[in-house]
Ligand binder design. Structure first.
Ligand code: NAD
Ligand code: UFG
Length: 332
Protein backbone atom coordinates (compact mmCIF):
# COMPACT_ATOMS: atom_id res chain seq x y z
CA UNK A 1 0.00 0.00 0.00
CA UNK A 2 1.58 3.24 -1.20
CA UNK A 3 0.74 6.53 0.54
CA UNK A 4 1.54 9.96 -0.88
CA UNK A 5 2.31 12.42 1.93
CA UNK A 6 2.22 16.09 0.92
CA UNK A 7 4.18 18.29 3.34
CA UNK A 8 5.91 15.15 4.61
CA UNK A 9 9.07 17.04 5.59
CA UNK A 10 7.09 19.26 7.98
CA UNK A 11 6.46 18.88 11.68
CA UNK A 12 3.40 16.60 11.71
CA UNK A 13 4.16 15.10 8.28
CA UNK A 14 7.62 13.83 9.26
CA UNK A 15 6.28 12.09 12.38
CA UNK A 16 3.49 10.56 10.33
CA UNK A 17 5.95 9.29 7.70
CA UNK A 18 7.90 7.55 10.49
CA UNK A 19 4.72 5.83 11.72
CA UNK A 20 3.69 4.86 8.18
CA UNK A 21 7.10 3.33 7.43
CA UNK A 22 7.13 1.51 10.75
CA UNK A 23 3.63 0.15 10.01
CA UNK A 24 4.86 -1.29 6.70
CA UNK A 25 3.44 1.28 4.25
CA UNK A 26 5.37 2.44 1.21
CA UNK A 27 5.73 6.22 1.35
CA UNK A 28 6.11 8.92 -1.28
CA UNK A 29 6.83 12.38 0.15
CA UNK A 30 6.33 15.63 -1.70
CA UNK A 31 7.50 18.91 -0.18
CA UNK A 32 8.86 22.23 -1.42
CA UNK A 33 10.72 23.00 1.85
CA UNK A 34 8.89 26.31 2.22
CA UNK A 35 8.72 25.60 5.96
CA UNK A 36 11.16 22.70 6.42
CA UNK A 37 14.51 21.50 5.13
CA UNK A 38 16.01 18.44 3.55
CA UNK A 39 17.87 17.31 6.69
CA UNK A 40 14.52 15.99 8.00
CA UNK A 41 14.60 13.31 5.30
CA UNK A 42 17.92 11.95 6.59
CA UNK A 43 16.53 11.93 10.11
CA UNK A 44 13.49 9.91 8.99
CA UNK A 45 15.89 7.37 7.42
CA UNK A 46 17.98 7.25 10.60
CA UNK A 47 14.93 6.62 12.80
CA UNK A 48 13.27 3.99 10.64
CA UNK A 49 16.14 2.47 8.65
CA UNK A 50 13.58 2.22 5.84
CA UNK A 51 13.46 3.61 2.33
CA UNK A 52 10.96 6.07 0.91
CA UNK A 53 10.59 8.14 -2.23
CA UNK A 54 10.94 11.91 -2.22
CA UNK A 55 9.90 14.54 -4.79
CA UNK A 56 10.89 18.16 -4.23
CA UNK A 57 8.26 20.51 -5.63
CA UNK A 58 5.06 22.44 -5.18
CA UNK A 59 1.64 20.82 -4.78
CA UNK A 60 0.26 23.89 -6.60
CA UNK A 61 2.14 22.70 -9.73
CA UNK A 62 -0.26 20.37 -11.53
CA UNK A 63 2.21 19.00 -14.08
CA UNK A 64 4.58 18.06 -11.28
CA UNK A 65 1.79 16.26 -9.39
CA UNK A 66 0.71 14.42 -12.54
CA UNK A 67 4.29 13.23 -13.00
CA UNK A 68 4.25 11.77 -9.48
CA UNK A 69 0.90 10.01 -10.02
CA UNK A 70 2.19 8.65 -13.35
CA UNK A 71 5.40 7.30 -11.79
CA UNK A 72 3.97 5.96 -8.55
CA UNK A 73 1.07 3.65 -7.97
CA UNK A 74 -0.54 5.73 -5.20
CA UNK A 75 -3.35 4.18 -3.13
CA UNK A 76 -4.03 6.96 -0.61
CA UNK A 77 -3.00 10.54 0.06
CA UNK A 78 -2.40 12.41 3.32
CA UNK A 79 -2.48 16.14 2.60
CA UNK A 80 -0.45 18.16 5.13
CA UNK A 81 1.09 20.74 2.77
CA UNK A 82 -0.03 24.27 3.52
CA UNK A 83 0.77 27.42 5.44
CA UNK A 84 -0.30 27.59 9.08
CA UNK A 85 0.62 30.90 10.74
CA UNK A 86 -2.52 32.75 11.82
CA UNK A 87 -0.93 36.23 12.04
CA UNK A 88 0.81 35.90 8.68
CA UNK A 89 -2.48 34.83 7.10
CA UNK A 90 -4.05 38.13 8.19
CA UNK A 91 -1.19 40.07 6.55
CA UNK A 92 -0.97 37.94 3.40
CA UNK A 93 -4.43 36.44 2.80
CA UNK A 94 -3.93 35.82 -0.93
CA UNK A 95 -0.77 33.83 -0.27
CA UNK A 96 -2.73 31.66 2.18
CA UNK A 97 -5.79 31.17 -0.04
CA UNK A 98 -3.55 30.44 -3.03
CA UNK A 99 -1.31 27.93 -1.31
CA UNK A 100 -3.79 26.16 0.97
CA UNK A 101 -6.83 26.07 -1.29
CA UNK A 102 -4.92 26.09 -4.60
CA UNK A 103 -2.81 23.08 -3.61
CA UNK A 104 -5.87 21.17 -2.42
CA UNK A 105 -7.91 21.80 -5.60
CA UNK A 106 -4.95 20.75 -7.72
CA UNK A 107 -4.38 17.63 -5.70
CA UNK A 108 -8.06 16.64 -5.83
CA UNK A 109 -8.22 17.10 -9.61
CA UNK A 110 -5.12 15.01 -10.13
CA UNK A 111 -6.35 12.32 -7.73
CA UNK A 112 -9.65 12.14 -9.64
CA UNK A 113 -7.83 11.97 -12.97
CA UNK A 114 -5.73 9.04 -11.76
CA UNK A 115 -8.60 7.29 -9.98
CA UNK A 116 -7.17 7.72 -6.48
CA UNK A 117 -10.07 8.38 -4.10
CA UNK A 118 -8.63 7.92 -0.60
CA UNK A 119 -7.73 11.14 1.22
CA UNK A 120 -6.86 12.18 4.76
CA UNK A 121 -6.88 15.96 5.26
CA UNK A 122 -5.26 18.02 8.05
CA UNK A 123 -7.96 20.22 9.48
CA UNK A 124 -7.83 22.07 12.76
CA UNK A 125 -9.74 22.87 15.93
CA UNK A 126 -9.66 26.42 14.60
CA UNK A 127 -12.82 25.54 12.59
CA UNK A 128 -14.83 25.58 15.86
CA UNK A 129 -14.15 29.33 16.29
CA UNK A 130 -15.32 30.32 19.78
CA UNK A 131 -17.04 27.16 21.10
CA UNK A 132 -20.20 27.77 23.16
CA UNK A 133 -19.48 24.84 25.45
CA UNK A 134 -16.71 22.32 26.22
CA UNK A 135 -15.55 19.69 25.42
CA UNK A 136 -15.85 20.21 21.68
CA UNK A 137 -17.70 17.59 19.61
CA UNK A 138 -17.48 17.20 15.85
CA UNK A 139 -21.07 18.38 15.27
CA UNK A 140 -20.52 21.79 16.92
CA UNK A 141 -21.14 24.89 14.75
CA UNK A 142 -18.18 25.95 12.61
CA UNK A 143 -16.72 29.42 12.06
CA UNK A 144 -13.47 31.22 11.38
CA UNK A 145 -11.86 34.45 12.53
CA UNK A 146 -8.85 34.73 10.20
CA UNK A 147 -7.82 33.74 6.65
CA UNK A 148 -5.95 30.63 7.84
CA UNK A 149 -9.10 29.40 9.61
CA UNK A 150 -11.17 30.20 6.52
CA UNK A 151 -8.86 28.08 4.34
CA UNK A 152 -9.53 25.09 6.62
CA UNK A 153 -13.29 25.76 6.65
CA UNK A 154 -13.41 26.18 2.87
CA UNK A 155 -11.39 23.05 2.21
CA UNK A 156 -13.65 21.11 4.58
CA UNK A 157 -16.64 22.35 2.55
CA UNK A 158 -14.98 21.41 -0.75
CA UNK A 159 -14.32 17.91 0.58
CA UNK A 160 -17.89 17.55 1.89
CA UNK A 161 -19.25 18.59 -1.54
CA UNK A 162 -16.87 16.23 -3.32
CA UNK A 163 -17.85 13.30 -1.16
CA UNK A 164 -21.55 13.98 -1.88
CA UNK A 165 -20.90 14.25 -5.62
CA UNK A 166 -19.31 10.83 -6.07
CA UNK A 167 -19.46 7.93 -3.64
CA UNK A 168 -16.11 6.63 -4.84
CA UNK A 169 -14.44 9.19 -2.57
CA UNK A 170 -13.30 8.05 0.87
CA UNK A 171 -12.29 11.11 2.87
CA UNK A 172 -11.26 11.65 6.48
CA UNK A 173 -11.01 15.14 7.96
CA UNK A 174 -8.85 15.18 11.07
CA UNK A 175 -9.31 18.20 13.31
CA UNK A 176 -6.11 18.51 15.31
CA UNK A 177 -6.07 20.27 18.66
CA UNK A 178 -2.63 21.57 19.79
CA UNK A 179 0.20 19.28 18.64
CA UNK A 180 3.42 19.60 20.66
CA UNK A 181 6.33 17.31 21.60
CA UNK A 182 8.73 15.47 19.34
CA UNK A 183 9.85 11.99 18.35
CA UNK A 184 11.50 10.29 21.32
CA UNK A 185 14.75 9.91 19.34
CA UNK A 186 15.13 13.70 19.57
CA UNK A 187 15.91 13.73 15.83
CA UNK A 188 12.72 15.31 14.50
CA UNK A 189 10.43 17.88 16.07
CA UNK A 190 9.07 21.38 15.67
CA UNK A 191 11.57 24.03 14.67
CA UNK A 192 9.87 27.09 13.15
CA UNK A 193 12.01 29.13 10.74
CA UNK A 194 10.91 32.44 12.31
CA UNK A 195 10.00 33.57 15.83
CA UNK A 196 7.47 30.96 17.01
CA UNK A 197 3.81 32.02 17.20
CA UNK A 198 2.82 28.99 19.22
CA UNK A 199 3.50 28.58 22.90
CA UNK A 200 5.50 25.33 23.05
CA UNK A 201 8.26 26.16 20.54
CA UNK A 202 8.57 29.53 22.30
CA UNK A 203 8.89 27.87 25.72
CA UNK A 204 11.59 25.63 24.21
CA UNK A 205 13.64 28.61 22.98
CA UNK A 206 13.52 30.04 26.51
CA UNK A 207 14.31 26.69 28.15
CA UNK A 208 17.41 26.32 25.94
CA UNK A 209 18.54 29.89 26.66
CA UNK A 210 17.98 31.22 23.15
CA UNK A 211 15.29 33.69 24.27
CA UNK A 212 15.09 35.45 27.60
CA UNK A 213 11.50 34.85 28.67
CA UNK A 214 8.08 33.60 27.65
CA UNK A 215 5.42 36.25 27.11
CA UNK A 216 2.24 34.90 28.70
CA UNK A 217 -0.71 36.40 26.86
CA UNK A 218 -3.16 37.16 29.64
CA UNK A 219 -3.73 35.82 33.16
CA UNK A 220 -7.26 37.13 33.58
CA UNK A 221 -9.16 34.44 31.68
CA UNK A 222 -11.94 32.48 33.34
CA UNK A 223 -9.67 29.45 33.92
CA UNK A 224 -8.16 27.94 37.07
CA UNK A 225 -4.99 30.08 37.04
CA UNK A 226 -6.23 32.77 34.62
CA UNK A 227 -4.03 31.70 31.67
CA UNK A 228 -5.33 30.13 28.44
CA UNK A 229 -6.19 26.42 28.44
CA UNK A 230 -5.62 24.14 25.43
CA UNK A 231 -5.77 20.45 24.54
CA UNK A 232 -2.08 19.70 23.90
CA UNK A 233 -1.51 16.42 22.07
CA UNK A 234 1.79 14.60 21.55
CA UNK A 235 2.74 14.74 17.86
CA UNK A 236 3.50 10.99 17.84
CA UNK A 237 -0.04 10.22 19.08
CA UNK A 238 -1.33 12.55 16.37
CA UNK A 239 0.79 10.78 13.75
CA UNK A 240 -0.61 7.42 14.86
CA UNK A 241 -4.11 8.82 14.36
CA UNK A 242 -3.27 9.13 10.65
CA UNK A 243 -2.43 5.44 10.38
CA UNK A 244 -5.82 4.66 11.92
CA UNK A 245 -7.43 7.08 9.46
CA UNK A 246 -5.78 5.30 6.50
CA UNK A 247 -7.03 1.95 7.84
CA UNK A 248 -10.51 3.47 8.21
CA UNK A 249 -10.52 4.76 4.61
CA UNK A 250 -9.87 1.28 3.34
CA UNK A 251 -12.87 -0.19 5.13
CA UNK A 252 -15.35 2.72 5.21
CA UNK A 253 -16.65 4.81 2.34
CA UNK A 254 -17.83 8.41 2.43
CA UNK A 255 -16.72 11.16 4.72
CA UNK A 256 -15.45 10.83 8.31
CA UNK A 257 -14.72 13.79 10.57
CA UNK A 258 -12.75 13.28 13.77
CA UNK A 259 -11.25 15.37 16.57
CA UNK A 260 -7.72 14.38 17.47
CA UNK A 261 -7.06 15.61 20.97
CA UNK A 262 -6.55 14.11 24.43
CA UNK A 263 -9.72 15.55 25.98
CA UNK A 264 -7.62 17.22 28.72
CA UNK A 265 -6.93 20.94 29.00
CA UNK A 266 -3.69 22.44 30.38
CA UNK A 267 -2.97 26.11 31.01
CA UNK A 268 0.02 28.11 29.79
CA UNK A 269 1.34 28.22 33.36
CA UNK A 270 0.97 24.45 33.76
CA UNK A 271 2.93 23.96 30.54
CA UNK A 272 5.73 26.25 31.74
CA UNK A 273 5.87 24.59 35.18
CA UNK A 274 5.81 21.07 33.72
CA UNK A 275 8.65 21.94 31.30
CA UNK A 276 10.72 23.20 34.24
CA UNK A 277 9.97 20.15 36.39
CA UNK A 278 10.58 17.29 33.97
CA UNK A 279 13.67 18.82 32.38
CA UNK A 280 15.15 20.50 35.43
CA UNK A 281 15.40 23.85 33.63
CA UNK A 282 14.26 27.40 34.29
CA UNK A 283 11.63 29.04 32.09
CA UNK A 284 11.33 32.73 33.05
CA UNK A 285 8.11 34.42 31.97
CA UNK A 286 6.35 37.76 32.01
CA UNK A 287 2.58 38.22 31.95
CA UNK A 288 1.28 40.54 29.24
CA UNK A 289 -2.13 41.50 27.86
CA UNK A 290 -4.35 39.03 26.02
CA UNK A 291 -3.54 38.22 22.38
CA UNK A 292 -6.40 39.45 20.16
CA UNK A 293 -8.61 36.61 18.94
CA UNK A 294 -7.56 34.11 21.65
CA UNK A 295 -10.19 32.15 23.53
CA UNK A 296 -9.97 31.16 27.22
CA UNK A 297 -10.29 27.39 26.87
CA UNK A 298 -10.41 24.79 24.15
CA UNK A 299 -10.38 21.00 24.48
CA UNK A 300 -11.75 18.10 22.53
CA UNK A 301 -14.20 15.35 23.05
CA UNK A 302 -12.10 12.67 21.29
CA UNK A 303 -14.58 9.82 21.86
CA UNK A 304 -15.66 9.55 18.20
CA UNK A 305 -12.08 8.87 17.07
CA UNK A 306 -11.82 6.31 19.84
CA UNK A 307 -15.04 4.58 18.80
CA UNK A 308 -14.69 4.70 14.98
CA UNK A 309 -10.92 4.78 14.42
CA UNK A 310 -9.92 2.74 17.47
CA UNK A 311 -7.51 5.57 18.37
CA UNK A 312 -6.77 7.34 21.60
CA UNK A 313 -3.88 9.53 22.75
CA UNK A 314 -1.49 7.58 24.96
CA UNK A 315 1.17 10.10 25.93
CA UNK A 316 0.70 12.61 28.73
CA UNK A 317 1.80 16.18 29.28
CA UNK A 318 5.06 15.06 30.95
CA UNK A 319 6.01 13.05 27.86
CA UNK A 320 5.19 16.05 25.66
CA UNK A 321 7.39 18.44 27.69
CA UNK A 322 10.25 15.94 28.00
CA UNK A 323 10.29 14.97 24.32
CA UNK A 324 9.96 18.58 23.12
CA UNK A 325 12.98 19.56 25.23
CA UNK A 326 15.08 16.58 24.13
CA UNK A 327 14.67 17.70 20.51
CA UNK A 328 15.14 21.41 21.29
CA UNK A 329 18.33 20.85 23.28
CA UNK A 330 19.81 18.42 20.73
CA UNK A 331 19.52 20.85 17.85
CA UNK A 332 21.42 23.58 19.77
P1 NAD B 1 4.68 22.49 8.72
O1 NAD B 1 4.77 23.86 8.19
O2 NAD B 1 5.74 22.01 9.65
O3 NAD B 1 4.55 21.43 7.53
C1 NAD B 1 3.95 21.75 6.31
C2 NAD B 1 4.91 21.25 5.21
O4 NAD B 1 4.30 21.50 3.94
C3 NAD B 1 6.25 21.97 5.22
O5 NAD B 1 7.30 21.02 5.15
C4 NAD B 1 6.23 22.86 3.97
O6 NAD B 1 7.51 23.02 3.41
C5 NAD B 1 5.28 22.07 3.08
N1 NAD B 1 4.53 22.86 2.09
C6 NAD B 1 3.77 23.96 2.30
N2 NAD B 1 3.20 24.35 1.15
C7 NAD B 1 3.58 23.47 0.19
C8 NAD B 1 3.31 23.32 -1.20
N3 NAD B 1 2.51 24.18 -1.84
N4 NAD B 1 3.88 22.29 -1.86
C9 NAD B 1 4.70 21.41 -1.22
N5 NAD B 1 4.98 21.50 0.09
C10 NAD B 1 4.43 22.51 0.78
O7 NAD B 1 3.23 22.38 9.44
P2 NAD B 1 2.65 21.23 10.38
O8 NAD B 1 2.57 21.78 11.77
O9 NAD B 1 3.32 19.96 10.13
O10 NAD B 1 1.15 21.20 9.84
C11 NAD B 1 0.75 20.29 8.83
C12 NAD B 1 -0.71 20.53 8.50
O11 NAD B 1 -1.49 20.42 9.70
C13 NAD B 1 -1.01 21.92 7.94
O12 NAD B 1 -1.99 21.80 6.94
C14 NAD B 1 -1.55 22.67 9.13
O13 NAD B 1 -2.41 23.70 8.75
C15 NAD B 1 -2.29 21.58 9.87
N6 NAD B 1 -2.45 21.86 11.31
C16 NAD B 1 -1.34 22.12 12.07
C17 NAD B 1 -1.50 22.43 13.43
C18 NAD B 1 -0.32 22.77 14.29
O14 NAD B 1 -0.52 23.36 15.35
N7 NAD B 1 0.91 22.41 13.91
C19 NAD B 1 -2.78 22.44 14.01
C20 NAD B 1 -3.87 22.13 13.20
C21 NAD B 1 -3.69 21.84 11.84
N1 UFG C 1 0.44 31.90 24.29
C1 UFG C 1 1.20 32.68 25.14
N2 UFG C 1 2.39 33.15 24.68
C2 UFG C 1 2.87 32.87 23.42
C3 UFG C 1 2.06 32.07 22.55
C4 UFG C 1 0.86 31.62 23.02
O1 UFG C 1 0.82 32.93 26.28
O2 UFG C 1 3.96 33.34 23.07
C5 UFG C 1 -0.84 31.33 24.81
C6 UFG C 1 -2.06 31.69 23.99
O3 UFG C 1 -2.61 32.90 24.47
C7 UFG C 1 -2.96 30.48 24.25
C8 UFG C 1 -1.98 29.32 24.39
O4 UFG C 1 -0.73 29.91 24.69
O5 UFG C 1 -3.65 30.63 25.46
C9 UFG C 1 -1.83 28.48 23.12
O6 UFG C 1 -1.46 29.33 22.03
P1 UFG C 1 -0.89 28.74 20.66
O7 UFG C 1 -0.59 29.90 19.77
O8 UFG C 1 0.20 27.78 20.94
O9 UFG C 1 -2.10 27.88 20.10
P2 UFG C 1 -3.59 28.33 19.69
O10 UFG C 1 -4.53 27.43 20.45
O11 UFG C 1 -3.79 29.78 19.82
O12 UFG C 1 -3.64 27.98 18.14
C10 UFG C 1 -3.03 26.82 17.58
C11 UFG C 1 -2.70 27.12 16.12
C12 UFG C 1 -3.99 27.32 15.37
C13 UFG C 1 -4.84 26.10 15.53
C14 UFG C 1 -5.11 25.83 16.99
C15 UFG C 1 -5.87 24.54 17.17
O13 UFG C 1 -1.90 28.28 16.02
O14 UFG C 1 -3.72 27.48 14.01
O15 UFG C 1 -3.87 25.72 17.69
O16 UFG C 1 -5.24 23.51 16.49
F1 UFG C 1 -6.01 26.30 14.93
Amino acid sequence: MKVLVTGGAGYIGSHTVVELLESGYEVVIVDNFSNSDSSVLDKISMITDKEFIFYEGDVCDKKFLEEIFTNENIDSVIHFAGYKAVGESVEKPLMYYQNNIGSTLNLLEVMEKFGVYNLVFSSSATVYGKPHTLPIKEDFPLSATNPYGYTKLMIEQILKDLSKSNDKWNIVLLRYFNPIGAHESGLIGENPKDIPNNIMPYIMRVATGEYEMVHVFGDDYDTEDGTGVRDYIHVVDLAKGHIKAIDYLNSNGGLGIFNLGTGNGYSVMELIKMTEKVNNVKVPYVVEGRRPGDIASCYADPSLANEKLGWRAEKDIEDMCRDAYRFASKKQ
